[in-house]
Design a protein around this ligand. Structure first.
Ligand SMILES: C[S@@+](CC[C@H](N)C(=O)[O-])C[C@H]1O[C@@H](n2cnc3c(N)ncnc32)[C@H](O)[C@@H]1O
Length: 169
């Protein structure tokens, strides 16, 4: 019984760590929202894609199924294991991967598309980081949460599309 309590406590702490480490708690995106993210960001063959806080991998798996080279950054080790298992099960290991790493310590320079399902509190710092590192033709889709200063290019069904403003200056 003590072991059950201990294991449950460890799992609870792991799932509660994300908000404390500068991110959103785990809440998976719905299928409709994922499809809207893919559509607005034009995810397809040849696109370099990253999900910032990739949860159980469902968003990056959908991107890889559409032909993208897909990466996830995730700080919850249980979700990292789950998403790696799902990637292998779907036969997508050649073009999808998940790093057990905070997206705050990742570089975004190589990606065409970034997706985020964050939380209001992190959006100002994330806006600054992404605007510094985004490719000239890079795009970002954010589910449910807006950046404070960066005007979005489109919004549909709670999914905000952002294009690099350097393109429009
Ligand atoms: C709201 S969930 C979204 C999961 C997935 N992107 C989806 O849409 O289904 C946010 C995820 O970000 C992870 N996370 C929070 N802070 C993070 C950080 N600093 N670096 C990497 N992942 C983080 C959480 O563990 C959680 O799995």
């Amino acid at each position: 019984m003590d072991w059950v309590v201990l294991i449950c406590s460890v799992i609870f702490v792991i799932f509660m760590a994300a908000p404390l480490l500068g991110g959103a708690p785990y809440l998976p995106s719905r299928k409709a929202a994922i499809e809207k993210m893919m559509e607005l960001a034009a995810v397809g063959r040849g696109v370099k894609f990253a999900d910032l806080g990739s949860g159980d991998g469902r968003v990056l798996i959908e991107a890889a199924k559409r032909g993208a080279d897909a990466t996830g950054f995730e700080i919850n080790p249980i979700l990292v294991l789950v998403s790696r298992y799902r990637i292998r099960k779907e036969g997508l290991a050649d073009r999808a991967r998940v790093y057990f790493k905070s997206f705050w310590r990742a570089d975004f320079y190589e990606y065409d598309v970034l997706t985020i399902f964050g939380i209001t509190r992190i959006m100002p710092a994330l806006e600054k980081k992404i605007l510094n590192e985004l490719k000239p033709d890079g795009r970002v889709v954010s589910f449910a949460f807006r950046f404070p200063h960066w005007p979005y290019a489109r919004v549909e069904d709670g999914v905000f599309l952002y294009k690099n403003p350097k393109n429009f200056i």
